[in-house]
Design a protein around this ligand. Sequence first.
Ligand code: NAP
Ligand code: NAG
Ligand code: NAG
Length: 329
Amino acid sequence: MHNYAEAVKDFVENHATGLTVAFVTGVGVLAFRRWMAGRVCRSKVRLEGKTVLITGANTGIGKETAMDMTQRGARVILACRDMTKARIAADEIRQKSGNGNVTVKKLDLTSLQSVRDLAKDVQENEGRLDILINNAGIMMCPKWKTEEGFEMQFGVNHLGHFLLTNCLLDLLKKSAPSRVVIVSSLAHERGRIHFDDINLDKEYKPEKSYRQSKLANVLFARELAARLQGTGVTVYSLHPGVIRTELARHLFQSLALWKRILFSLFMFLIKNPWEGAQTTIYCAVDESVANQSGLYYSDCAPKTPAPQALDDTAAKKLWDLSASMVGLA
Ligand SMILES: NC(=O)c1ccc[n+]([C@@H]2O[C@H](COP(=O)([O-])OP(=O)(O)OC[C@H]3O[C@@H](n4cnc5c(N)ncnc54)[C@H](OP(=O)(O)O)[C@@H]3O)[C@@H](O)[C@H]2O)c1
Ligand SMILES: *[C@@H]1O[C@H](CO)[C@@H](O)[C@H](O)[C@H]1NC(C)=O
Ligand SMILES: *[C@@H]1O[C@H](CO)[C@@H](O)[C@H](O)[C@H]1NC(C)=O
C-alpha cells in the first residue's frame, strides 16, 4: 500500500515534464503581469488647500485618480454625466480616504451647454482650481452624434474638453502654479486628423474615430502649452497603459462569444485601474515635471509621441477648427 508521500513522489516522477512546463508558465505569466503593471508615482506631495477637478471620475482610472488626490488632502470635484453613479463613487472615496471634501457636479460632454453650465458653476462657486484632469472618454462606439451633431468620440474626447479647459483658464491662471492633465492614448500613434471630414461623415470606422480623437488630445496639449507659456499653468498629455476598465464596453458587445472568453482572460493580464491611474497622478503632482509643459508621458516618464502629434501647424489648425466648432472663435 502506498502512503501519501509515496503517492506524491510517484505523481511527480510520472509528470515531471508537465509540472516543469506548468511551473515555468506560471512564473512567466506572473513576471509578465508584473511588467504590465508598470511604474508607480512615488511623489509624496500633499494637496491640502488645493482643488482638483476630474472628468469621468465615477469609474475606471478617473475614480482611482480621484481617490489618490483625495488621500493627498485636496478638495476633489467629480465631474460626471450620471449623478447616481457619481454620488456612489464620491461616498466610497470619502469613506476610504477619510477626506470629506469631495463633491459631485454634473457634466455631460455630449452637450456644449452642459460643459458651459459646469464651467460657470465652478467659476462662481469654487475659489480656485489647481489641477484639471480631462479623463472622461468613450471608445469605439457606433456612429453616434453629440447634441450639436458632432461625431461622438471627437465630440466627447476632444471638443467637450477643449471648451471646458478654455472656460476654466482664468481660474487656473489665478491659481497658478496649476496644471492641466489630458488623458490620451497610444492609439494616437495610428491616428490622423481628418480636416476635410472631421466628423467622419464620408467613412465612419469606430477605431479611426477613436485614434483621431486621441491624436487631437496630444495636439491640444501641445498648442495649449504654447499659448500658456509664462502663465504658470503647465500642460501634460499621456498614455495610461492598457487597463481593465469599462472603456471596452462598446467593443465587447460586438464580439463573438469565443472572443469574449479570450478577452476576459486577457483582462486578467493587463493593468488594474490603480496601476492605470499612476501616470495621470504623476503628471498631476510630481515635482520633477513642474517646469515641463506640452509633453507626452507614458509609464510615469516623458515619451516621444508619434510624428503627427509633433506637428505644430496641425496643432494650430486643430485649435482654430475646434474653437469655431464650439463657438469660441
Ligand atoms: N482603459 C484603457 O486601456 C485605456 C487606454 C488608453 C487610454 N485610455 C483613456 O483613459 C480615459 C479613462 O478611461 P477608462 O479606461 O477609465 O474608461 P471607463 O471606465 O469607461 O471610464 C470612462 C469615464 O468617462 C465617462 N464618460 C464617458 N462619456 C462621457 C460623457 N459624454 N460625459 C461625461 N463623462 C463621460 C464615463 O462615464 P459613465 O460611467 O457614465 O459612462 C466614465 O466615468 C479615457 O480618456 C480613455 O481614452 C484608457
Ligand atoms: C475643502 O478644500 C478647499 C480647497 O482645498 C479648502 O479651501 C476648504 O477649506 C476645504 N473644506 C473643508 C471643509 O475642509
Ligand atoms: C522649477 O522652476 C522654479 C522657478 O524657476 C524653480 O524654483 C524650481 O526649482 C524648478 N523645479 C524643477 C523640478 O526644476
